[in-house]
Design a binder for this molecule. Structure first.
Ligand code: OOB
Length: 545
């Protein structure tokens, strides 16, 4: 919905792209008027017998995925899931992930993309905040029983009526047992929301990112063109399937758009991934920098034939130039750097860029209509070539988070540019180089951590007076986390492990548990008396600290 002057209407859940821009994006051919449900149907009609998803020994054809999505959509609808409803989906890299999300897409219900690592704190929040009606989980992963977590959250969140389990359902409903009588479903429009993606976040709770069929679909086919994806491509989903990078850059959904094949990889380590690359003749995949380093080291001596790999995308965090230089020689493929964000904007180095550009920049935007502004602290554009805050607006970048009007007023300019929180500079060729970050976020090897979220948990410890969580540079992960803790005056001394255990027991994803905890008696302060995280980062990074 838009108001008469085309401004976002804060009464709606998701501030839309104003109609004058929408018209432009349609006229330019970016928005093709497709929905995910319709897209899958078209591919299935065009080539029903071609394999869409490979998961172990299972090969689901486009025809089969289409039928499964239809049947499950009918089953979900019979269980009361309807258009606009939110459904938290927390699945590992298995074929059912696609069956579930395409069933929801067909109904027009919105998947909320949780990651397998999320625990009670995050899941409770996603279910409660989105008023989710259902939650889809695996039975167990490793030692963790997702069914117990689901039981707990269901008891706490009144809207949550259904829990669907891939595998042994326990007290819940097995996905396989959902009745699948075909029924007529009145699906969504291309301009409707398709799903809610998670933001890395810099605030106490993660923000939800509302993406439409129209806008996301453009990011898929735009990515396919730049990453050389065709119906002959085979993409390995090595990172968690629900993350925006392996989902859409060009990711599994890009591959399905192109009519290619998606191979599910249960773990991203070379011992798991390389045999799959050999067996399935994988041509393209995406990794975060720490994994790219591990693959590069392993690639030199691997006994597996990984010569089918043509393109390795690396992104999610800054990839150092020295590491970037090693990729092509070690793995025999083209490196493609990607600097993207679930909020929208995605930059790629081009496959035919000069080698120097590929290793020294993070790429340039997908679309000629991705607007880029690089500004100083007062929102004034900096001279070309200088570093500044990256602001962006365009045909697949959101105009606001879901149900977050106050936060939106800070994260978006009045004319709709998203404040990315990244510090970049632009080269004469229009490529962006990520120089740093202005947002209070830690990027732990591509996994984003909002210090405030972790601090709020630690503050709940009865012996803690104050806490400040900061990033420490790390050769492998780029950054690790350090929690500076001030104990209460009357508290007994604690061991760091007590704080770590406390965070874990509060049910936070393991990657958010501080890598290090240090007890101090005071925090450095800024001129106006706020905690100086800058000073803390400097101290933490000092040699020997
Ligand atoms: C991807 O998406 P998110 O939403 O998890 O995180 C976005 C943030 C960016 O704002 C930036 O701070 C950082 O992650 N980032 C990079 C980067 N790629 C992402 N920082 C430096 N260099 C890079 N190449 O991380 C994401 C989404 C789609 C594709 C790729 C990554």
């Amino acid at each position: 919905m838009t108001t008469a002057d085309g401004q976002a209407d804060s009464r709606t859940d998701a501030p839309p792209i104003p109609e004058v821009f929408a018209e432009r994006y349609r006229a330019a051919g970016y928005w093709r008027g497709e929905t995910f449900g319709g897209m899958l149907r078209e591919r299935a009609d065009a080539h029903p017998a071609r394999v869409a998803i490979t998961d172990g020994d299972r090969n689901w054809t486009y025809g089969e995925l289409d039928v499964r999505a239809d049947q499950l959509a009918a089953g979900f609808a019979a269980r009361g899931i309807s258009k606009g409803d939110r459904v938290v989906v927390q699945l590992p890299n298995i074929a059912e992930f696609f069956e579930v999300i395409f069933a929801l897409f067909r109904i027009g219900a919105l998947p909320v993309f949780a990651l397998p690592a999320h625990r009670e704190t995050e899941i409770h929040y996603f279910c409660e905040f989105t008023e989710a009606v259902a939650y889809v989980i695996p039975d167990r992963i490793g030692g963790f029983d997702h069914r117990d977590l689901a039981s707990k959250v269901r008891a706490e969140v009144p809207t949550l009526r259904e829990v669907f389990v891939v595998g042994d359902p326990g007290e819940h409903t097995a996905l396989a047992d959902v009745p699948r009588e075909p029924i007529e479903i009145d699906g969504p429009e291309p301009s409707d929301l398709a799903f809610l993606q998670l933001s890395g976040g810099s605030t106490g709770v993660p923000k939800l990112i509302p993406r439409t069929h129209d806008d996301y679909m453009y990011s898929l086919w735009g990515s396919n063109e730049l990453c050389g994806v065709t119906e002959d491509s085979v993409y390995l989903v090595a990172l968690p399937a629900a993350h925006n990078f392996p989902l859409s850059s060009p990711g599994s959904l890009g591959l399905l758009y192109a009519g290619g094949r998606v191979v599910m990889c249960p773990q991203p380590d070379p011992d798991t991934a390389f045999p799959l690359i050999e067996r399935e003749r994988v041509t393209i995949t995406g990794l975060v920098p720490p994994l790219a380093l591990v693959w590069t080291d392993a690639g030199r001596t691997t006994p597996y034939d990984i010569s089918s790999l043509e393109v390795l995308l690396v992104g999610g965090a800054k990839f150092s130039e020295s590491a970037a230089r090693r990729v092509a020689p070690a793995l025999g493929c083209t490196l493609q750097q990607v600097f993207g964000m679930a909020e929208g904007l995605v930059n790629y180095t081009r496959l035919d860029d000069p080698a120097e550009t590929i290793v020294t920049t993070q790429g340039r935007p997908i679309s000629p209509d991705d607007e880029i502004r690089i500004v100083d602290d007062l929102d004034q554009e900096v001279p070309d070539g200088e570093a500044g805050h990256l602001l962006t607006r365009g045909p697949y970048t959101i105009r606001g988070y879901w149900r977050a009007p106050d936060h939106n007023a800070r994260s978006f300019t009045a004319d709709g540019f998203y404040r990315t929180g990244d510090i970049v500079r632009r080269t004469p060729t229009g490529h962006l180089v990520v120089e740093g970050r202005a947002k209070d976020q830690i990027n732990r090897g591509g996994e984003k951590i909002a210090p405030e979220e972790v601090e709020n948990i630690i503050l709940g410890h009865p012996h803690v007076h104050d806490v400040s969580v900061v990033a420490v540079p790390d050769e492998y992960l780029g950054e690790r986390t350090l929690a500076y803790v001030i104990l209460r005056a009357d508290a007994e001394p604690l061991k760091p492990v007590v704080i770590k255990k406390f965070v874990r027991e509060r049910g936070l994803a393991a990657y958010k548990v501080p890598d290090r905890v240090e007890f101090v008696t005071a925090f450095p302060q800024t001129g106006i008396g706020k905690i100086s995280k800058k000073d803390q980062r400097t101290t933490a990074a000092a040699p020997g600290s």
